[in-house]
Design a binder for this molecule. Structure first.
Ligand code: NAD
Length: 370
């Protein structure tokens, strides 16, 4: 979300078409006018080989294509963005039977509907836990594999939800999709989802997650979010203000920035990372490595420091921002700055107020909310 959410009018519906190039295949076409569309903007679900739902995330809105197909298809889903025609999505499907269909099938009632991302009810499917490894004393790295009837490569800064029922009540929690810091791993190369999850013994979801065995399944949702990572391309100063697990949206942002700087893109990156204790700092070693390589300036600020801590202490406050952030007059321009904020709600609210006092405005502030 941007710091101030202004209601926007609904964009026009997308156009849809299909073709059967031969008796075995089906091509679906979705026409948008969105020039920077990538496969990350698209989610595909094939239900029982018969119903296809395609979600297209454009500019804060979700467009749905939903069809009860004429006959069965396989789970083989190929998504292309056509390079010769701007913003055209092409989805290739394989039919189970070798025959030309008389029609595509029946359009569902929500076919070609459009809805703001924050009002959209996501699609759930079963994901399998394939790996879990510790990160700190109370957080683990989880790797889930996606079933073959799903296509999804969540965009930078987007989250999914995990859902489980306990005593007949549905428990739902959002988690930002992460990447290992400074890794070569390319999220789009495989159908897995990485999550960094802090366990809270006094809550419901994480004790259930800790009980999952490798190979167990859990309900996962299609992705959600509003962050536009292309804003990073045009900024000269990137300020990341994170508290606790609020670091998670910053992971893929940092990886993206490192790639940009390797491509000689000149960018000033500052991370202010607020935690209770030194043991709570997520991926501290990785952040130190990145910081030593001068890729990101990292400031750790502890609210409950041990006696050995010589670094910054306390909560976020004006004086701290004044000291650790470039003053607005010395940065070239506010329009060339992007400030991302994520953490517990009281922290985020305070951070946004203080950053505004410091001179940043809604145009350059992005607040991650789930
Ligand atoms: P935490 O309790 O360990 O606190 C981390 C730091 O936040 C503290 O050291 C302190 O500096 C600051 N803080 C906490 N309460 C504050 C207050 N009242 N005023 C000012 N500063 C305060 O944090 P945690 O347990 O890791 O929680 C992280 C939070 O981030 C969760 O609530 C989670 O939902 C949220 N989060 C949101 C997203 C998203 O929206 N996309 C992603 C990840 C995490």
């Amino acid at each position: 979300e941007t710091a101030s959410t202004k209601p926007k009018s609904l964009p026009p519906r997308l156009r849809f078409d299909f073709r059967q190039p031969d008796s075995k295949s089906l091509k679906l076409f979705i026409y948008t006018t969105y020039l920077t569309l990538t496969t990350e903007n698209i989610f595909v679900h094939i239900e029982n080989s018969k119903k296809i739902s395609i979600l297209v995330f454009i500019d804060g809105f979700v467009h749905t294509i939903a069809i009860e197909l004429f006959e069965l298809v396989t789970n083989d889903i190929t998504v292309h963005i056509s390079t010769n025609s701007r913003g055209q999505i092409e989805i290739d499907l394989k039919k189970q039977n070798d025959q030309i269909w008389k029609t595509i099938g029946k359009f569902a009632s929500n076919h070609l509907s459009v809805c703001p991302v924050q009002d959209f009810e996501p699609i759930y499917f079963m994901a399998t836990l394939i790996k879990r490894s510790p990160v700190t004393h109370d957080s683990d790295w989880y790797t889930f594999s996606l079933p073959s009837n799903i296509f999804m490569l969540p965009p930078i800064g987007y989250h999914i939800r995990l859902r489980q029922s306990k005593d007949g009540i549905l428990i739902v929690k959002p988690y930002t999709v992460v990447d290992k810091l400074n890794s070569e791993q390319n999220l789009s190369s495989d159908q897995t989802i990485e999550l960094l999850i802090k366990h809270y013994t006094d809550r419901t979801m994480t004790p259930m997650l800790q009980k999952l065995n490798i190979g167990d399944t859990i309900e996962m949702s299609s992705f959600e979010g509003t962050f536009d990572y292309t804003k990073i391309n045009t900024c000269k100063t990137l300020i990341l203000v994170a508290a606790g697990t609020g670091l998670t949206p910053m992971f893929r942002i940092i990886n993206y920035v490192i790639k940009q700087t390797e491509n000689q893109v000149d960018m000033n990156v500052i991370l202010l990372f607020f935690n209770k204790t030194q043991d709570d700092i997520l991926c501290g070693e990785e952040l130190q490595t990145i910081s030593k390589q001068n890729k990101v300036i990292v400031h750790d600020i502890l609210s409950r420091p041990g006696p050995e801590w010589t670094g910054e202490t306390g909560y976020i406050r004006g004086e701290l921002l004044h000291r650790l952030l470039p003053s607005i007059s010395s940065t070239t321009n506010v329009t060339e700055t992007l400030v991302c904020v994520c953490g517990p709600t009281p922290f985020s609210k305070l951070a946004i107020d203080l950053l505004k006092e410091h001179g940043y405005n809604d145009n350059c502030l992005h607040l991650f909310l789930a």
